[in-house]
Design a protein around this ligand. Structure first.
Ligand code: HEC
Ligand code: HEC
Ligand code: HEC
Length: 407
């Protein structure tokens, strides 16, 4: 059958419409939205600033506007940008655009994404100029970066695993690009291929270990993971910092089947039975601990006298992943920095949390965190004052102490 290109007639035909819908879903699964939404303009007009050690990079306008967007792109240009990090407009792209992960996307999925994006209404919006320091401001330099670090896709189905596990791996790596934040980076900001998902510090927050070992040590099971990715709360706590927008703009849009697959992959299990440990209850002796006094005075008003919280708006401290991690970094940074007020879509009643850096001394933070981690996280190694002071210094030096991420 010979068809006229549907867009030539102005109205997409049924097949094209199905492809556009698929592309819309994939744009959520790959979270194009979160990085390309504009603080001022509309969706996909770009302008979100990403701070890197080399300067600030702004996401671009990817609506179909010819002058300020990608209206001049062909399908091949789109593929080049998304999977290979090369823009026909700008040249080599900075890896703030996660083409490192997207290179593993299937041909069919790139096609569907293109159908969606080329049909987006054109919005004229000029994004700010990148502010890069020499020599990173020279895009040609990126050619060498890409040549050094960007490997060809070697993504193949693992036939020893179920289709659900394979789908989950594709969702988490090629589309969801979880590793862009959860895999540590080298000095050139390239992901370290030998430590995939092992955890990474990002804007002063810990994007923790997502390996099977890391997750199971913290008691995650499939039901927890699905709830966390769908609704933004779980027994292990709530998504904060940049993870909030991952859930809010991306994973909460996934079908239950895809969420099940992602959890199957992350926990490397097709059959895991649900077994939840009962929450620890505070004893009278625990309540005499000086750490508990600090907790009762500063935290219990929101998180409850027994650390039970008020989920989903205030996370529980009992078994909270910040308390069960071997490294106290996450617990300490949450207390020092607090958390901003959340969008009402997920946590309707959340008022956010104040930062305690000026309210508590390093000794008090150490005492409080040591207590919480012992009673609610089974972590008996005390947190030292020196460790708290080191984290305060580091946050201050990196300018994250009184600031949260803007996107
Ligand atoms: C983690 C943030 C992030 C995500 C997720 C992201 N992008 Fe980008 N994207 C960027 C940034 C930043 C740039 C600009 C890079 C530069 O200037 O070198 C960019 C550039 C682009 C460009 C080049 C535009 C031009 O002007 O030539 C295209 C096309 C693009 N992105 C499409 C997408 C699509 C499609 C998705 C989802 C599949 C996506 N992006 C997801 C951050 C992101
Ligand atoms: C833009 C960066 C970013 C991306 C992309 C990202 N994460 Fe995260 N993630 C974080 C940060 C930062 C935290 C820590 C915030 C917190 O503890 O609330 C986090 C925390 C988590 C946690 C909670 C871990 C714990 O110990 O409580 C899980 C589970 C998680 N991410 C899963 C994922 C999955 C699955 C993906 C891919 C679909 C993903 N993340 C993609 C930044 C990211
Ligand atoms: C005004 C209410 C309030 C007070 C006081 C408060 N918190 Fe919070 N806390 C919250 C809210 C709300 C969140 C979740 C924010 C979000 O959605 O990201 C939170 C998040 C946290 C988290 C991160 C948990 C997770 O799952 O991501 C930790 C840890 C925490 N609080 C510990 C404390 C400690 C310790 C204190 C006392 C020093 C304290 N909070 C005081 C309201 C409060």
């Amino acid at each position: 059958m010979v068809c006229l290109p549907s867009t030539a007639l102005g109205v997409p035909d049924k097949a094209e419409q199905t492809l556009i819908e698929k592309g819309r879903y994939l744009s959520r699964a790959a979270n194009c939205y979160s990085c390309h939404k504009s603080p001022q303009g509309g969706p996909y007009t770009g302008g979100v600033g990403f701070e890197t050690p080399f300067g600030t990079i702004y996401s671009t306008n990817i609506t179909s506007d010819v002058e300020t967007g990608i209206g001049s792109y062909s399908e091949a240009d789109f593929d080049q940008a998304v999977r290979h990090g090369y823009s026909s407009i700008r040249g080599y792209l900075y890896a703030a655009m996660p083409f490192n992960s997207y290179r593993d996307m299937s041909d069919d999925d790139v096609k569907a994404l293109w159908a969606y994006f080329k049909n987006l209404p054109a919005i004229r919006y000029e994004v700010p100029e990148n502010q890069m320091t020499f020599p990173a401001n020279i895009r040609l330099g990126l050619f060498f970066w890409n040549a050094l670090f960007l490997e060809e896709s070697s993504f193949v189905e693992d036939t020893s695993r179920t289709p659900a596990w394979n789908r989950g791996r594709y969702l988490a790596t090629a589309l969801g690009h979880c590793g862009e934040c959860h895999t540590p980076r080298n000095l050139f900001m390239a992901p370290q291929t030998d430590s995939v998902f092992e955890g990474n510090i990002l804007e002063g927050w810990l994007a923790s270990n997502l390996t099977v070992e890391g997750l199971t040590a913290q008691g995650w099971n499939k039901a927890d993971m699905i709830r966390y990715l769908k609704y933004g709360h779980s027994r292990q706590g709530a998504p904060s910092a940049s993870m909030h927008s991952v859930v809010h703009d991306s994973t909460s849009y996934l079908t239950n089947k895809d969420l099940d697959s992602m959890a199957t992959y992350l926990l490397s299990t097709d059959t895991q039975k649900l077994e939840s440990k009962p929450y620890p209850v505070l004893t009278t002796k625990d309540k005499q601990d000086p750490g508990y006094h600090l907790y009762a005075q500063h935290c219990a008003g929101c998180h409850g006298a027994n650390g039970q919280g008020a989920p989903p708006s205030v996370p529980s401290m009992q078994g909270n992943s910040s308390n069960t991690l071997p490294d106290p970094y996450a617990s300490v940074t949450f207390v020092l920095r607090g958390l901003p007020d959340r969008h009402p879509q997920i946590n309707k009643n959340s008022q956010g949390m104040p930062g305690f850096v000026d309210m508590l001394s390093a000794a008090e933070v150490a005492e409080l965190v040591t207590f919480m981690r012992r009673v609610w996280g089974e972590q008996t190694q005390p947190v030292s004052i020196a460790e708290v002071e080191r984290i305060v210094e580091q946050l201050r030096d990196d300018n994250w102490l009184y600031r949260h991420s803007e996107h």
